[in-house]
Design a protein around this ligand. Structure first.
Ligand code: ATP
Ligand code: MG
Length: 372
């Protein structure tokens, strides 16, 4: 075990890294961040911050020599950086696992070998669309690489629109998915350690707006047996990948069945409720895995509803924080970003309560009360 006081390295300085840093620091670890930006949410709270590109030789050498272990918070961190670091220190997650999640084509084919996925076709070149059947429309064309928060994807009604979308997105390899009429979306976070121990969090039910996560409701309002299936499928995915770290799988529920959407090789926005509502947060698990500590319990203390705060909440000025903070069960998390832009994740809040219905109602009315 790596004892508190040691340095843990982090590639990426976003909000996920900030929440990881805070969890690791509260256990006595020191955190060194690598991020190319001048200010970053994680860099601002870390014990040390190296401003450099992820493949910068000197930065990687310093991380490797000073840190006992290194993790990442940024999905598109070059897998090569993780590979290089792994030659001299413990790295979680592994480059190979991260690279599967970075490429939707590889991700889909991997997922379809473990659990069901919705109908899709791989589109490497525009002519591949000629062979696509009508059953994939209306569809959604997603670039295979560098998509997040609904970016790099376009909804398409027919093959003509798909061709235009393919060209508009740069002619890069894509996946065309059928637009699914799902009952709901859910996700599961698991933590899996170096020795294969794996724990699952309760299922979150997720509501998206404009391709971005808006609200997570925990426990998700699905049947207990479907919830167990989602947890088991997520565990199976982690095991099949030989994954070490915190991983999230997003699912669609269609006709009472689970179809996997995508995996995230890191703590996930839909798992933020765990900071306030669980015995061990997803970020503490990430630190525990790095330090080779046993995993913590994932037990939920009570119902929880997380609401994302995007840049548009600042449109009329600083939100009415006093109204949110006056609620005894509301927990505010702001990421320290200096500029509120549309669609930018600025923070979130989680409301804790006795029942899901009552907590959801309170969370939504608190959100409405924040507005100017
Ligand atoms: P993130 O990484 O932030 O989760 P992303 O950009 O990788 O987002 P997806 O998870 O693929 O994107 O899609 C974002 C949201 O768009 C989904 O959560 C869902 O609400 C909707 N969506 C995506 N694909 C489909 C589909 N095939 N059918 C119906 N809705 C979809
Ligand atoms: Mg997603």
């Amino acid at each position: 075990m790596i004892a508190p006081g040691a340095w843990l390295g982090l590639l990426g300085g976003g909000q996920l890294g900030r929440m990881f840093s805070m969890a690791a620091q509260s256990m006595g670890y020191r955190v060194m961040v690598v991020d190319p930006g001048e200010h970053s949410p994680a860099g601002d709270v870390a014990d040390a911050c190296i401003r450099a590109d992820y493949l910068d030789e000197a930065a990687l050498a310093r991380l490797a020599s000073e840190c006992a272990a290194v993790t990442t918070e940024f999905e598109n961190v070059p897998a090569e950086a993780l590979r290089r670091l792994a030659q001299s220190c413990f790295v979680s997650p592994a480059a190979e696992s991260v690279s599967v999640a970075q490429d939707r084509i590889r991700e889909k084919s991997f997922l379809s070998g473990v659990i069901g996925v919705g109908p899709y076709a791989v589109v490497q070149a525009e002519q591949d669309l000629s062979a696509v059947g009508a059953q994939l429309f209306p569809g959604i064309l997603k670039r295979s690489r560098f998509g997040y928060d609904g970016k790099g994807q376009m909804r398409v009604a027919d093959v003509e629109q798909a061709r235009a979308a393919f060209r508009a997105m740069g002619g890069e390899p894509c996946v065309l998915e059928r637009m699914l009429a799902f009952e709901c979306e859910v996700s599961v976070v698991v933590a899996r350690s170096d020795d294969g121990e794996c724990v699952a969090y309760p299922v979150a039910e997720n509501i998206h707006a404009g391709g971005i996560l808006d609200v997570s409701i925990v426990p998700g309002r699905i049947s207990p047996s479907l919830a167990v299936q989602a947890q088991e499928a997520t565990r199976a995915i982690a095991e099949r990948l030989g994954y070490v770290g915190v991983l999230c799988v997003e699912f669609f529920v269609v006709d009472g069945r689970l179809l996997a959407n995508e995996i995230a090789p890191r703590p996930h926005n839909s798992g933020h409720y765990s900071i306030d509502a669980c015995v061990t947060s997803q970020f503490e698990q990430q630190a525990r895995i790095l330090a080779r500590l046993p995993l913590g319990a994932t037990r939920l203390h009570c119902a929880a509803v997380m609401v994302n705060l995007l840049g548009e909440a600042w449109t009329g000025g600083e939100p009415h924080w006093d109204r949110l903070l006056a609620h005894p069960g509301a927990k505010l998390h702001l990421y320290g970003k200096r500029e509120a832009r549309r669609g930018r994740k600025m923070g979130h809040f989680t409301v804790l309560g006795a029942t899901v219905d009552e907590t959801l109602e309170q969370a939504l009315s608190l959100r409405a009360a924040l507005g100017r």
